[in-house]
Design a protein around this ligand. Structure first.
Ligand SMILES: [Zn+2]
Ligand SMILES: [Zn+2]
Length: 344
C-alpha cells in the first residue's frame, strides 16, 4: 500500500490542508498553494513508498521511519517527524469515498468551543477546565454512509375530543372518539450513519446536521494534516438503524397532520422504502479527549458547523462543596427567620 504526502514545492516538507484558507499550507515555511494544483496528481516516486513486509507498516517518505498503522487508518501523522501521511490504498478503488466535506474549522476553534461549553458549569472539577488538561485534540475525517430514499408511509389514528360544561347541579364531560387515516410519500436525502466502529453512534448522531452543500468530490489532498479512517461498518450493517430513523421521521410527519384533538394514538402504520441509494463520504470531526481520575471523557465538534457534544464528569468534591454552601445558605435564612420571630 502506498503512503502519499504532498511535498512543499518551496522547502520539501509535508503540506497540510488549511481549513481557514481552504488551501494547502506548509507548516514550516508558511507557503500557500491552491488545492487544485494537487488534485488527482499521481504521486511520483519521491512521494510514495510501498508497505514493508508486515501488514500495517509503512515507511514515512520524509524521514524514512517505519510507521505502524491500524487496519482502518487512512490518514495520520508520522510520529517521528509529524509530517502528514496518507495511505492512499485505504481511500482508492473499492474503498474510495464519493464525497468529502473539507474541514472548515481549525483546532483553535475546537478548543474555544470546548472552553465555552465548560464555562459556567458549577459542578465541574477545576482541573478539568484548564486547557493543558486536554490529552488530545484531533481533526478526524469520519467515514459516513449517506442514504437517499423515498418513504411511502401510512398510518391510522384513534383520537378523542373532550367537551366540558356545567349547570347549577352537575359538571358534564363528553368524550367523542374519532378515527383518521393518513398516508404520504417523503423523500429523504443524505441521512448519515457513521461507518466507524470506534466512533459511538449516538455521539456521531448528535453532531448532526452536516451541510452536504459543501461536499466536494473526494480527493485525498483534503486529508493532509488530519486523521482519517476507512469504514469498518458496512452500509448494510447500518440499514436497520437508518430504516428506524426514517420510519420515526415519517410517522412524525404524518402525526403532525392530525391536529386539534386532546389525545392521538397511532393504531397502525407501515413504511416502505424505495429508490434507496447509498453514498460514501468523509465528514470532518474534531475529537477532544481528556482523562480525569482514570476515566476518559470524549467530546466531539462538528468540523463544519462548530456544534460541540460530549459528556461531562461531575466532581464529587465540587458537588458536596456546592451542596454544603447551599445548605449553609439555607440554615442562615432559617436562623435569621427564627431570630426575627423572637424564637431565639
Ligand atoms: Zn515549505
Ligand atoms: Zn517521518
Amino acid at each position: 500500500m502506498n503512503a502519499r504526502r504532498y511535498k512543499c514545492p518551496s522547502c520539501g516538507a509535508g503540506l497540510e490542508f488549511d481549513s481557514t484558507l481552504q488551501e494547502m499550507k506548509c507548516p514550516y515555511c508558511q507557503s500557500v498553494f491552491p488545492v487544485e494544483d494537487f488534485l488527482e496528481v499521481p504521486a511520483d516516486t519521491g512521494n510514495q513508498a510501498t508497505d514493508t513486509d508486515r501488514f500495517g507498516m509503512y515507511r514515512c517518505e520524509t524521514c524514512g521511519a517505519e510507521i505502524i498503522a491500524e487496519e482502518s487508518t487512512a490518514a495520520t501523522n508520522c510520529p517521528y517527524c509529524s509530517n502528514p501521511v496518507i495511505l492512499t490504498g485505504q481511500v482508492s478503488g473499492e474503498w474510495m469515498p464519493d464525497y468529502i466535506i473539507p474541514f472548515q474549522l481549525d483546532k483553535e476553534a475546537a478548543k474555544a468551543a470546548l472552553r465555552k461549553h465548560l464555562k459556567g458549569k458549577k459542578l465541574l472539577p477545576k482541573v478539568f477546565t484548564t486547557e493543558h488538561h486536554l490529552d488530545e485534540v484531533k481533526g478526524v475525517y469520519v467515514p459516513f454512509w449517506l442514504f437517499d430514499t423515498t418513504a411511502e408511509a401510512g398510518a391510522s389514528y384513534a383520537m378523542t375530543k373532550t367537551r366540558l360544561w356545567s349547570d347549577s347541579h352537575y359538571e358534564y364531560t363528553e368524550t367523542s372518539d374519532f378515527e383518521a387515516v393518513r398516508s404520504g410519500t417523503i423523500r429523504f436525502e443524505n441521512i448519515p450513519a457513521d461507518g466507524a466502529r470506534k466512533m459511538a453512534d449516538d455521539l456521531m448522531e448528535s453532531l448532526e446536521t452536516f451541510d452536504f452543500q459543501s461536499a466536494v468530490p473526494f480527493d485525498p489532498v483534503y486529508m493532509a494534516g488530519y486523521f482519517a479512517d476507512k469504514y469498518d461498518v458496512s452500509a448494510e450493517e447500518n440499514l436497520d438503524r437508518i430504516t428506524e430513523r426514517i420510519k420515526t421521521s415519517a410517522f412524525d410527519a404524518l402525526l403532525n397532520t392530525v391536529q386539534g384533538y386532546e389525545t392521538v394514538r397511532q393504531t397502525n402504520g407501515t413504511v416502505r422504502l424505495r429508490d434507496t441509494q447509498i453514498k460514501y463520504a468523509m465528514y470532518p470531526v474534531w475529537i477532544l479527549n481528556t482523562t480525569w481520575r482514570g476515566q476518559n471523557y470524549r467530546f466531539a465538534m462538528n468540523g463544519q458547523t462548530g456544534k460541540l457534544v460530549g459528556d461531562l464528569p461531575i466532581d464529587n468534591f465540587a458537588y458536596w462543596k456546592w451542596r454544603l454552601l447551599y445548605g449553609l445558605g439555607f440554615a442562615g435564612v432559617l436562623y435569621a427567620a427564627m431570630w426575627a420571630l423572637g424564637i431565639l
